[in-house]
Design a protein. Structure first.
Length: 133
């Protein structure tokens, strides 16, 4: 995917702080880490473990009816791009919504996006954002 915002909703000021915090946490993870994803919300970070994004999102509790926080999916530092790119799709967006996550951020040309059209429609319907940096 090319750089840009792919939904009607865009990250606001607080979302941009969450994005920056998640990117910082991912960059600090060591080179042999399994971590491709991080959720940032309310100045706290939850890093993906080797079980994957889906299990990480299931552990995150939704805070009332408030949607905030972001999921950032970037490749690992020493990743072979031919083998394992960060992947998201409609199921990821559904789990983000269930967890109260407001948006997803991906790395430009370093991701796999399944069901892209359905996912973007879903994100628009539920006022979420999909941003590619």
């Amino acid at each position: 995917m090319s750089k840009g915002n792919f939904t009607r909703n865009k990250p606001n000021f607080k979302d941009k702080i969450d994005i920056r915090n998640a990117l910082k946490a991912l960059s600090k993870s060591n080179q042999y880490s399994h971590t491709q994803g991080a959720v940032s919300r309310n100045n706290s970070i939850i890093l993906e473990k080797k079980e994957g994004t889906q299990k990480m999102l299931k552990k995150i509790k939704k805070v009332k009816n408030i949607t905030k926080g972001v999921l950032v999916k970037f490749p690992k530092k020493k990743q072979d791009y031919r083998v394992d790119l960060p992947t998201i799709g409609l199921e990821t967006l559904k789990q983000c919504k269930a967890s109260g996550i407001k948006g997803i951020v991906l790395k430009h040309k370093r991701n796999i996006f399944l069901d892209k059209k359905k996912s973007i429609n879903y994100a628009n319907k539920y006022k979420m954002f999909i941003l590619v940096k």
